[in-house]
Design a protein around this ligand. Structure first.
Ligand code: ADP
Ligand code: ZN
Ligand code: ZN
Length: 743
């Protein structure tokens, strides 16, 4: 091919298009789609890196205007053409530059130094060696003697290990090498993030009836060449992971590979160990704490076909397997599957697109499916599979609701209800463990009434207002604001305030109430490092504490058979997060938290303390009744036009100058209104939840429409309009479909 199409490595909308270059004769055979090249760019012919996205036999421009590429970037990682297609789709779907999209799907950019394993091999005969050893000893060459002695015992030694064990400097080894007594050989080794940590165990697993049916249902399609998306709705402890592993084993037998996405927080030693025990060395993990070298090596191992299973968070979706047969997204309801940087993609959607490119099936698994996925399943876009019982003799816990308003009335102002306190006492006496869970999240506080349980809400958007530092209450969607009332607007009580208890305070309270109890605390403070997190879990697992206090991070990833009591201290906290998904999140957190109890052979119990015991997300979570929760929640979404009843597009605007930002935001609002798109609802422009960050002022506009495709169209129109006029140049704009968190 004479010409090559490239994307230049610049994140600027104006330059975000394909540029064409000529290929020199000497490079013609070497160039492939996905390679990194260097090209002369712009007026000064500055050398820039670029990514090859295609070839052309005939030029799109007058040939005399086309420059020649300078060369191939040696040592760069070649992207699969599939990944480039994925990037192009992301750019189209979520709104970003091609360059940002490419950076997302190619998480490993540059080759890192290869790791070498060096072995020392004896180069002389045993007899010669023994002679020489005597000479060394005579001359008091102690270090040389130690090394030679070792070589006489073992002809081949690992250089690093030998040097460490015998306390030798590398110079000693080099010396013997120079004298021809030994030789050193290097072999390429991959950094293995958990080398030697696990043993492969052959555990005989016999699937129970429900598990078997699920496997067969998915496998029937797969073996007939039918590829679909399955939503596996299985209660906590029902054996979803066993189902995944059985299907992975079958896919591997067909010569294909599997990607397993797990939220980073649940990616613990225990989870990885289960996969490792089953699939051995052919499993790898990616997570944010791997070094660049480790990451790069996992990437290469996948590309070279040396592993079959990749486990990791969102970004593991871009593992360069040649024949991906199965993509699993465990805990599919988790927010961490949505990217919070541009392109703001959702792993679920991206997985489905990738699966279509490579002919894979997708399995979404959860005990509490997202409202979005469940809607797709009911509409027949996904196939719904169910696991309704816990495996073996384990029973779902008995859940009860404790009304904190009643406690208050009877004069109990403590964070513990009398019932929870009594249950904890009982567990301490019996030597069983308790988990106390505080489901707080989000940056901003809210204001609620301890007498009637009501939080103060936006009259326009029906989401909770956030308490800001200036003491005002604000809506993150429409910008409505009001002062702090002195009395509860619902019941007139003066027990109205922001909720401020943290995990530390709870830990203190537990120690005060039960001085004899050993307490562990797990929150962002105590788990800054990954080791901290694993250490606390392991210590609790070994029974070194009676009570574990923590935020939502304690509800994930570990089985503790001796935990028979889970206390949720204030279930309402997540209910008041200032966005339309707060009830969904509350239901999920409560169900998952309760699911921690009774994982072993002892029966479990969960207590949910709340000021709003009548709220449907709390009542249905206590009964573990997903269907009922779903139908209640859909009434709210339909009424207010929130996803999935309608599609929503967040438009995030930021600029250095606040007057300019406000002016442009108003102008953009006007432009959108003048598009006169039928059925389009606009909220804002309004100040963002975080109205200033890193010296940039921020505003938001939200659009809602029943049809997602209409919002795509509106976004494109906005992009075109903004490109045409220089007045928009100082405005940064980001798009976010079905946003999860307030901007
Ligand atoms: P989930 O992922 O749905 O929470 P798990 O796969 O973790 O459930 O299963 C819960 C527990 O039950 C695990 O300890 C698992 O090893 C065990 N288990 C589930 N199914 C089987 C089976 N068929 N045979 C043996 N053990 C099983
Ligand atoms: Zn009240
Ligand atoms: Zn509002």
């Amino acid at each position: 091919m004479e010409f090559v199409n490239v994307i230049v490595n610049i994140s600027h909308e104006k330059l975000d298009r394909v540029f064409q270059y000529r290929v020199a004769e000497r490079l013609k055979d070497r160039l492939e789609v996905g390679m990194q090249v260097e090209v002369p760019f712009g007026m000064g012919n500055r050398r820039m890196k670029a990514c090859v996205v295609g070839f052309a036999a005939v030029p799109d421009y007058p040939p005399e205007k086309i420059k020649e590429i300078s060369g191939i970037v040696e040592g760069s990682v070649k992207a699969e053409s599939q990944m480039i297609a994925l990037a192009a789709w992301m750019r189209e779907t979520y709104g970003s530059t091609m360059n940002q999209a490419l950076k997302t799907v190619l998480p490993v950019k540059q080759k890192t130094r290869q790791k070498q394993k060096k072995t020392i091999i004896r180069n002389i005969s045993r007899e010669e060696g023994q002679e020489l050893l005597k000479e060394y000893q005579r001359k008091h060459y102690h270090a040389k003697a130690r090394l030679l002695e070792a070589l006489l015992q073992n002809e081949i030694l690992d250089q690093q290990k030998t040097a460490e064990e015998l306390k030798l400097s590398i110079a000693v080894i080099r010396g013997l090498e120079r004298d021809g007594i030994l030789r050193v050989e290097s072999t390429r080794v991959y950094r293995n993030p958990f080398a030697g940590q696990f043993l492969q165990k052959k555990k005989e697993v016999v699937l129970n009836q429900e598990q078997k049916e699920t496997v067969e249902c998915i496998w029937r399609d797969y073996s007939r060449g039918v590829r679909r998306t399955y939503l596996l709705h299985g209660v906590t402890g029902s054996g979803k992971t066993e189902v995944y592993m059985e299907l992975i084993a079958r896919v591997i037998r067909e010569g294909k590979q599997a990607i397993v996405l797990i939220p980073e927080i649940a990616l613990t030693f225990q989870t990885v160990a289960r996969f490792y025990e089953r699939f051995g060395e052919r499993v790898s993990v990616m997570h944010s704490r791997l070094s660049d070298g480790e990451r790069y090596d996992q990437f290469l191992r996948a590309q070279n076909g040396e592993i079959d299973v990749m486990i990791g968070p969102r970004s593991a979706l871009f593992t360069p397997f040649a024949h991906t047969g199965l993509i699993i997204i465990d805990e599919e309801h988790e927010n961490s599957y949505k990217s919070e940087t541009v392109p703001r993609y959702h792993a679920r959607e991206a997985a489905r697109f990738r699966a279509r490119l490579c002919g894979a099936s997708v399995i979404l698994g959860s005990a509490t499916p997202s409202i979005d996925s469940y809607t797709c399943a009911l509409a027949g876009r996904y196939v719904l599979c169910r696991l309704s019982g816990r495996f073996g003799d384990a029973r779902l816990p008995k859940v009860s609701i404790v009304d904190l308003r009643a406690e208050l009335k009877e004069g109990n102002y403590s964070i513990f209800s009398r019932k929870l306190k009594a249950a904890m006492e009982d567990r301490l006496r019996r030597g069983q463990q308790t988990m106390l869970f505080l489901n707080r999240r989000g940056l901003a506080g809210f204001v609620s009434c301890r007498s009637c349980g009501q939080a103060i809400r936006c009259p326009h958007c029906d989401v909770t207002l956030s308490l800001h530092n200036d003491g005002r209450l604000k809506c993150h969607y429409c910008g409505y604001e009001t002062g702090m009332p002195a009395l509860c607007p619902s019941c007139g009580s003066r027990y109205i305030s922001g909720f401020r208890a943290g995990t530390q305070q709870i830990e203190k309270e537990v120690k005060k109430l039960f001085p004899q109890a050993k307490v562990l605390r797990m929150d962002y403070d105590t788990t800054r490092s990954r080791e901290g997190y694993e250490k606390i879990l392991a210590s609790f697992g070994r029974g070194e504490a009676d009570v574990l206090v923590g935020t939502q991070m304690i509800v994930k990833g570990h089985d503790f058979p001796n935990v028979t009591l889970v206390g949720v201290l204030a279930a309402d906290l997540s209910l008041y997060a200032a966005d339309y998904r707060s009830s969904e999140r509350t239901f999920q957190l409560l169900t998952q938290a309760a699911g921690r109890a009774g994982r072993g052979d002892k029966a479990g119990e969960a207590m949910i303390q709340t000021y709003v015991p009548e709220h449907y997300s709390i009542r249905t979570a206590a009964r573990q009744d997903y269907e009922e929760f779903y139908s209640q929640e859909m009434i709210y979404r339909n009424m207010l036009g929130y996803p999935p009843a309608a599609s929503m597009l967040g438009i995030y605007l930021s600029a250095c100058d606040d007057a300019y930002l406000e002016g442009q935001a108003e102008k953009l609002g006007g432009i959108i209104r003048r598009l006169r798109t039928e059925g389009l609802a606009m909220i804002g422009p309004a100040a963002a939840a975080l109205s200033k960050k890193s010296d940039m002022y921020r505003m938001v506009i939200y659009l809602k429409h029943p049809e997602e495709t209409v919002l795509f169209g509106v976004r494109k129109q906005i992009e075109t309009i903004l490109e045409k006029d220089a007045v928009w140049q100082k405005l940064y704009i980001q798009f976010d479909y079905n946003p999860l968190n307030a901007y």
